[in-house]
Design a protein around this ligand. Structure first.
Ligand SMILES: NC(=O)c1ccc[n+]([C@@H]2O[C@H](COP(=O)([O-])OP(=O)(O)OC[C@H]3O[C@@H](n4cnc5c(N)ncnc54)[C@H](OP(=O)(O)O)[C@@H]3O)[C@@H](O)[C@H]2O)c1
Length: 292
């Protein structure tokens, strides 16, 4: 059912990220309604294209497309539950949540008569509106087809990734939470060691991309091996990696540093060697990760 609306989009949540989203939509020529629990943050956004609203009901009913950018999924549920009707509304929750939270939010939204897309933002508020941010969406492809053009105002790198509503969150949790954060933490440990040993900062910065090249080819091999089930290698075995990492940990300890990120990695590698997987490629660790 179509609802009669005064604005193109509504943004619920005018925190750091929600404010950036509202501004980018307004810059893109959209009429935007905004709401925030503490009204002054919504009021601060007021201009010709952005209308702050005091009542959540008025904000939700102001536009057919409602972006939710609140601290958590629980906050989003508690905020939207009292709204009188969500029929005719498309909700897009771009807050960060686990795949399980996304799935139950989608069921809840459907039960309230709303269309639903889930969004995961990879980027900072200052990157919204630029190619620096990527936003992944999952859920109904028809809903994406209807609203994708408006959502692409938030960043040219706006990608619908799957009909399965949890996939944007799975990618966010996997790529950022499980991969990027531990990888950058390892880089902090490694840089502490290298710079402490007298390596020139400029030299370190110039040579770091060489490691990215190896990471790129190894991660491609990992994805192919896990998906295809072939863990043989003609490049480097788990045993070789285990030995290399053990040497790195010893070196860090000898220099008086306290490595922590490495311990999970060496535990995985050693467990794989103990399980008889030492002659296989890096990705064969998936077997002990999957079985414990
Ligand atoms: N900032 C980033 O770089 C970034 C990047 C990717 C994803 N995200 C995600 O975007 C979402 C918002 O992040 P943010 O950086 O904008 O955080 P923020 O600046 O702390 O804003 C949090 C928002 O949630 C609202 N809120 C918190 N508790 C509430 C409650 N109990 N009831 C109603 N509203 C409540 C706040 O309202 P009040 O102003 O009234 O407190 C505010 O609008 C989060 O899920 C975050 O993980 C952020």
């Amino acid at each position: 059912m179509e609802k009669t609306t005064s604005h193109d989009l509504t943004v619920l949540g005018c925190g750091l990220m929600g404010s950036a989203l509202a501004r980018a939509l307004a810059s893109g020529g959209k009429a935007v309604a905004v709401w925030n629990r503490t009204h002054h943050r919504a009021a601060a956004l007021a201009d010709d294209a952005i209308t702050p609203m005091r009542q959540i009901d008025d904000a939700v009913h102001a536009a057919p497309l409602v972006l939710v950018c609140l601290a958590t999924y629980d906050v989003a549920l508690a905020t939207l539950d009292p709204v009188s009707s969500l029929t005719g509304t498309t909700l897009v929750n771009v807050g960060s949540g686990s795949p399980a939270e996304v799935e139950s939010f989608a069921v809840w939204a459907g039960g309230r008569g709303a269309e639903y897309l889930d969004g995961s933002i990879l980027g900072y508020p200052e990157e919204i509106g630029t190619e620096g941010a990527a936003i992944l969406y999952s859920g109904s492809e028809t809903t994406w087809a209807e609203h994708g053009e408006s959502l692409t105002l938030l960043t040219p790198v706006s990608v619908w990734v799957s009909q399965d509503v949890k996939i944007a969150s799975v990618l966010n949790v996997g790529l950022v939470g499980m991969f990027l954060i531990p990888a950058v933490s390892a880089y902090v440990e490694a840089s502490t060691f290298m710079l402490g040993q007298g390596v020139d900062q400029g030299l370190l910065e110039a040579l770091t991309p060489a490691a990215f090249t190896s990471i790129q080819s190894e991660t491609a091999r990992v994805a192919t091996a896990i998906a295809g089930g072939d863990f043989t290698t003609d490049q480097a075995t788990i045993a070789t990696y285990a030995q290399g990492l053990a040497e790195a940990i010893d070196t860090m300890k000898e220099t008086g540093l306290t490595p922590r990120v490495f311990f999970g990695a060496i535990e995985n590698l050693n467990a794989a060697v103990d399980a008889g997987l030492g002659d296989l490629g890096f990705a064969a660790q998936t077997k002990i990760i999957a079985t414990g």
